[in-house]
Design a protein. Structure first.
Length: 551
């Protein structure tokens, strides 16, 4: 008897990408646990293998003597043989694949993953990063494959990989693995059970255990779907808040507010004075705003303006000669697109350039109160406002500077920029074949809705209040997801009949701990309007699902 404690703990596997694959691993684990409990006859693989062999070393070719199966050719448990390359193998005695051979990935991110050869349509050999297993006459290859796709196997693989800089297993390590053994007749019955074709009354109990496990997993899947829906709801809610804000629907208008036209006239005068003092350059005359350009009607007291008309600076940054080579450990901060987020400037990985280089790049120096906007790449459209006590910095060519004549409007204009309305404009007018850049000319022509200044203040206060509720919602969803993961562990440990006295057994989270929504009363429809969706429905659904999972 082998004196080895076999573990049945759940092991996260990055390459198990579908629910069907996940359920297969769980079902096989329940089967392996049954065999161990019933027969108590664990064996080393070395006693039941007639061959463990490394693959053939060659490079892939467009033609040759044999198909050359590699790790990368095995995708989602299948092989597209038409896409498998060839190699030249003049002596295939040691490498020729046969049906029911099992291949194991011995290195890389899929170390330990197995593949059963069930169909070979062309003489084929396998590459050197694979190990071939051939079962002896007293071990059905399909039963071996059940073991290789169970958590009792993966727990041993994880242990073997620990301490290695590069994840890997070798033939000797594989032969040392321990698996629950039973006779060939029972192996065949368990293979049939794994494929939901049980005809043996002795296996009714294990069949029922598998059915109960699948029911509980289905409940957890529903929880996961609910969390995903809730995350989408939160994002829609944030977008709806911003869209309502810039349409004048978030707070009521006050007829006593000074109209935006008065404030805009003050900006026009201030800008003319800056031009007269040669502090900024005079722009080309702007085209008049036409009826066709106006996307929606504004409340009384609001005005449409082009962004450039309320800006004293609108320009893209630049990259110093030498690029990253001239970055320094200190000096002037050099802001890149990865530092610009809607929630603010993130300086954790900020770059620096020397003060000398910064002085040579006067056109891209940023100041306190500037609005920054990413204008290229995957993060295009992200924007932040620099604090009023911000010192100085420079920006690269992927970031634009929006400097308003009146910084009092910074908060509202920033919310406008990150609203669905402006974000859609940014995506629609990108320049170039790759459509990955926003020109300053296009940006300057964007129409911006301007409310009275006092209303802007009320709007920002309301946005901050509602976004705080969204933040609370997101925190609750994150906590609920963590509780769901604990629930998964608990379900698996119960399914695998682990002792409740073991240290790693987790308690089921209470329904209250998975509460999704706090004291907020607003939610978003997909059409972008704000409404008063009920929170009770979501909370009750979570409680219901958790209750089913604990039965």
């Amino acid at each position: 008897m082998i004196d080895t404690k076999l573990n049945f703990n759940y092991v996260p596997l990055s390459f198990v990408s579908t629910q069907d694959d996940f359920k297969r691993q769980l079902k096989n684990t329940v089967i392996m646990k049954y065999v161990l409990d019933t027969y108590n006859n664990p064996k080393k693989l070395s006693k039941h293998l007639i061959d463990t062999r490394y693959g053939f070393t060659d490079s892939a070719k467009s033609e040759g003597t044999h198909k050359f199966l590699r790790i990368s050719d095995i995708k989602d448990g299948n092989v597209d043989w038409d896409a498998v390359p060839y190699c030249i193998c003049e002596n295939d005695t040691n490498y020729l694949l046969k049906e029911k051979d099992i291949l194991i990935a011995r290195t890389g991110g899929t170390t330990g993953k197995s593949f059963l050869m069930d169909r070979i349509i062309f003489p084929s050999v396998y590459a050197s990063y694979l190990i071939r297993l051939r079962a002896s006459s007293d071990l059905n290859p399909l039963y071996l494959y059940l073991f290789l796709n169970s958590y009792i196997y993966w727990n041993q693989i994880v242990e073997l990989k620990q301490g290695s800089a590069q994840p890997n297993v070798n033939a000797e390590k594989l032969k040392s693995l321990v698996f629950p053994y039973c006779d060939l007749e029972m192996q065949e019955k368990l293979i049939a059970l794994a494929s939901t074709n049980n005809s043996d009354p002795r296996l009714t109990e294990i069949e029922e255990n598998i059915r109960q496990l699948e029911l509980k997993l289905k409940s957890i899947e529903q929880l996961s779907d609910l969390f995903h829906t809730q995350e989408s709801l939160s994002q829609n809610l944030r977008e709806s808040i911003l869209q309502e804000a810039i349409q004048g629907k978030l707070v009521p208008q006050d007829p006593n507010d000074t109209p935006a036209s008065v404030f805009l006239e003050r900006i026009r005068v201030e800008k003319e004075q800056l031009i007269k003092e040669k502090k900024i350059k005079k722009e080309k005359p702007l085209p008049k705003i036409t009826e066709d350009e106006i996307p929606y009607a504004l409340p009384i007291g609001w005005e449409w303006v082009r962004l450039v008309s309320i800006s004293s600076k609108l320009g893209a940054g630049s990259t110093p000669t030498g690029g990253k080579k001239v970055y320094t450990d200190n000096g002037t901060m050099f802001i890149r697109s990865q530092n610009v987020w809607n929630s603010g400037l993130k300086v954790a990985d900020i770059a620096y350039i020397s003060d000398e280089i910064n002085n040579k790049m006067q056109g891209s120096i940023v100041k306190a109160n500037d609005i920054l906007l990413n204008i290229t790449g995957a993060s295009i459209g992200r924007s932040c406002v620099l604090d009023k006590d911000f010192d100085t910095a420079n920006v690269n060519q992927h970031v634009s500077i929006i400097r308003l004549v009146e910084p009092e409007m910074n908060a509202f204009i920033h919310k406008c920029i990150i609203s669905p309305y402006i974000q859609k404009l940014i995506m629609d007018v990108q320049v170039g074949v790759s459509r990955e850049g926003l020109s300053m000319d296009k940006l300057g022509r964007f129409l911006i809705p301007i409310p009275p200044l006092n209303e802007q203040i009320r709007i920002i206060e309301k946005i901050d209040q509602l976004m705080a509720l969204c933040d609370e919602l997101d925190k609750n969803v994150d906590q609920s997801k963590r509780d769901s993961e604990m629930l998964m562990q608990s379900v698996l440990q119960v399914a695998f009949n682990q002792s409740e006295n073991e240290d790693n057994v987790l308690e089921f989270p209470s329904a209250n701990s998975c509460e999704i929504v706090g004291d907020w009363e607003i939610a978003a429809r997909s059409d972008g309007e704000i409404n008063t969706e009920t929170k009770v429905k979501i909370k009750n659904r979570v409680t219901e699902l958790l209750g089913k999972s604990q039965q």
